[in-house]
Design a protein around this ligand. Sequence first.
Ligand code: SF4
Length: 476
Amino acid sequence: MLAEPMPEALTSIALDRGGTRRRVIDRALAALGTGMRRHRAAIIAIQWTIVLCYFTLLAVPAVIPLPPEQAGILDHVTRFAQFAFWGVWWPFVMVSVVTMGRIWCGVFCPEGALTEWISHRGLGRGIPRWMRWGGWPFVAFLGTTVYGQLVSVYEYPKAAALVLGGSTLAALAVGFVYGRGKRVWCRHLCPANGVFALLARIAPVHYRVDRQAWESAPPGARTSRGHAVNCAPLIDIRRMQSAAACHMCGRCAGERGAVTLASRPTSAEVVALDDARVSRWEATLLVFGVLGVALGAFQWSASPWFVAAKQSVATWLIDRGWTWAVGSDAPWWLLTHYPEKNDVFTWLDGALIVGYIGATAVVTSVWIAACLAATAAFARVSAWRLAYALIPLAGVSVFLGLSALTVTLLKAEGLPMGWVGAARALLLALALAWSARLAWGMARSRGALAGLVAAGGIIAAASAVVWLWIEMFYVW
Ligand code: SF4
């Protein structure tokens, strides 16, 4: 039976209700944005509190003995720090970027706060050309991801202090030398910058800039007493069209009556992205880095394929007398080395970890690239642009990988975790649907068939990643 068409009056009431709700949300968001600008001192107090907690949880576990095997999260500071850093901080920072934009960077990040603080007191040099190279987010993400696995950054406090502390020292050094009160590190070199920029593109809130209002506002309309806004990540606010680089710090809220914290459809930015604004580095980070390298890094330790490869290669090497390869004389800062915990990586382990991560990245990214190229030919949307439709899948993939440790730690505490399998399946299904929706939106202007082809092509591209997660969570 056909549904009765909705009477016009009811349709307009429904639309009006939707519009009213949207207006109420936008009014609240605008007030929040200007409130953040007015209460900058409170934001700075939050940042310094986090800096203090961050250094305490990084330094104390690194200088005390490792906890006993059975120690729980609340029994030992090292376990607590492990849970705080890897069980809560990293997975839920990803969630915060997808839901609120890069508010983590602008309000909470200790590294961002420190690099900006020291930049007020440093040399104030201009940013060199080499630092502006677009490939740094890709290189930094790959480097820290692979190195973190070699030294078991999630498990051992000295490794965490080295990787996180090293990054913080580099942020301080860059802040001291370059920029004046800016976040040059965050803008160009931070290893998480590329991933955060990608995820922020699908956030439902952003700082919206009304270019016309900006241009036409008299100087007296500035709300910062005539001074230009200090946008620490160096954004040209007047021309800002994307949430990718914005740290959501609120310092420009209300500027010239043109900048407002506002809601938007989650697909708006990615669907509207034109070819001129597509970054090939960003798309490569998404496909090869997040859906390839990170996936391999999350999976190798659970993989029976890794164990089988290790046994075969070790036998082959020993048969030829190359026993040095199964020696474990590497220092802890190069390969995991904790004999007291029976946890020592051999040179072969190190090579195979890099090989496994590399092979996962190559296999998944070649599959995804082939699907994108074929889809692009049929849907007549550039493959580079189409790659951005995979952002929701990338976000969920990173969250699933990072939260695997959260689940392990909470299970060890005796919490019931039987629901996790279903929740993971639901998240993967939602990510697939969201990615397909973005691809459809990108191609539908070329006709419904092109939209369907794009959506189907993205699902095909995503299938390699989904299959590997199914293997890890439900098969291995
Ligand atoms: S554009 Fe700059 S000043 Fe404005 S909220 Fe974003 S990071 Fe802050």
